[in-house]
Design a protein around this ligand. Structure first.
Ligand SMILES: [Zn+2]
Length: 298
């Protein structure tokens, strides 16, 4: 039979063809509205076309491309990726990565018996998640201990990274820049639009009050804990933890990419993960897993 290059009728291409899933987020949705606030976050599973796009990530384009993939896959509600909390955004990157290729090959050294396991296929779903602390229900109001002023703060978002960069370029010191951007409201006034106004306010604080804000920002940290990945050694069967390096190459096909899509690209192995992470994060136990919480149609 001869195959016609002419389409007889158009193939329907609709987002609805790929079913959606509902995820629970490490932020528990507390800074979002609608269903997301109830910690029901809708994502669409990646299509073949998106997997192909993913396979073309390079060190030069990955940051924007990952954001675009997230933008395409966030099904409902329409939350812009830059408005996701830091912890949720990282979680969703991992989720997308796990949909396409659920394991990450790296060298893991057992802390108990010293055995080196090269090319160990670590399951992304085993990366622990730290949820936002119980008691956070949306922007948190503090009464500053020295000034007595009331100010509220929210979790850190993707867009705050840009604000921090702008502030630092303008000469604002790092401690002020990273701690002021989560300011939501002082008294009755909302400060979301102007990072310079936030920085000015923060710099006017007594040092004791500023440290109080710093502690709150630390308390609000949530998301995947790359520094505390559980590992059961295949040699000695004992449990330990290791640091998974969350570097850009985590997403690249040059990391041996043994999925069904595309060819495995020859490339250097990812460096040993043990102790090599630049990711800062407190250790601790998480008990959630990365992928899907429940199925649902979108
Ligand atoms: Zn061992």
């Amino acid at each position: 039979m001869e195959i016609s290059k002419k389409r007889e009728k158009p193939v329907p291409v609709k987002k609805e063809l790929v079913p959606g899933v509902v995820l629970g987020l490490p932020s528990l949705g507390k800074d979002y509205e609608g269903e997301a606030h109830e910690n029901r976050f809708h994502m669409r599973a990646p299509s073949v076309a998106e997997v192909e796009f993913f396979a073309e990530l390079t060190p030069e384009n990955y940051e924007n491309s990952l954001t675009e993939i997230l933008r395409a896959l966030i099904a409902s509600p329409q939350i812009d990726p830059s408005m996701l909390t830091d912890g949720d955004r990282t979680f969703l990157y991992l989720w997308v990565r796990a949909q396409i290729h659920p394991s990450y090959h790296l060298t893991v050294t057992c802390r108990m018996c010293g055995k080196v396991h090269p090319e160990y296929p670590y399951q992304i779903s085993s990366i622990p998640l730290k949820p936002v602390p119980a008691g956070y229900e949306g922007p948190k109001t503090l009464t500053l201990p020295i000034s007595g002023e009331k100010a509220s703060f929210r979790m850190r978002r993707g867009a705050d990274e840009d604000a921090v960069s702008v502030l630092k370029e303008a000469g604002v010191k790092k401690f002020t820049a990273v701690n002021c951007v989560t300011l939501h409201r002082v008294g009755d006034e909302t400060f979301e639009r102007d990072p310079f106004a936030k920085a000015e306010w923060f710099r006017s604080l007594a040092v004791g009050d500023a440290m109080h804000v710093h502690e709150l920002n630390k308390w609000l940290q949530h998301g995947p804990e790359f520094s505390a990945c559980p590992f059961v050694c295949p040699t000695c069967n004992r449990e330990s933890k290791f640091v998974l390096p969350f570097r850009p190459e985590f997403f690249f096909p040059t990391v041996p990419f043994r999925g069904v899509f595309g060819d495995a690209v020859d490339g250097s192995d990812p460096e040993s993960g043990v102790g090599g992470s630049e990711h800062e994060g407190a250790g601790g136990d998480g008990d959630s897993e990365v992928p899907v919480v429940e199925d649902a149609s979108v």
